[in-house]
Design a protein around this ligand. Structure first.
Ligand code: SF4
Ligand code: SF4
Length: 109
């Protein structure tokens, strides 16, 4: 079964993605090599944001491809915790998809 996220990407183009700087490259709690600093913007001493996610319209700079067609996260192995915790079929997933004119996922998707 294919991963529905690979033909979606709506959540990467709908919400701010904020996380603690310890997840940045070189940080104490980074996954793999950590989130590349150049793809983020500082918000406060305790918060950084994926660049582009507070743009209008929002779109994470790490997202490659066309939303609703075919997408990929260019830093998938190093993506920050909000992206890891975001759940397919959660209400926020359906909200993000709706913003992009996509129907909510059915359980079998
Ligand atoms: S909005 Fe839902 S289906 Fe689309 S990429 Fe995000 S988690 Fe996957
Ligand atoms: S880091 Fe990757 S998974 Fe997270 S919002 Fe950006 S493109 Fe999406």
């Amino acid at each position: 079964m294919s991963n529905p996220c690979q033909s979606c990407g709506a959540c990467c183009s709908a919400f701010r993605v904020d996380f603690h700087p310890v997840e940045l490259a070189g940080g104490a709690f980074a996954w793999g090599a950590g989130v590349p600093r150049e793809l983020t913007v500082p918000v406060t001493a305790q918060l950084v944001r994926m660049a582009g996610t507070d743009a209008s319209p929002p779109r994470c700079v790490a997202l490659a491809g066309a939303v609703g067609v075919a997408v990929a996260c260019r830093i998938y192995a190093e993506r920050p915790s909000p992206c890891r915790e975001f759940e397919v079929e959660h209400a926020a997933c359906a909200r993000a998809r709706k913003r992009h004119g996509l129907p909510p996922l059915a359980p079998q998707d």
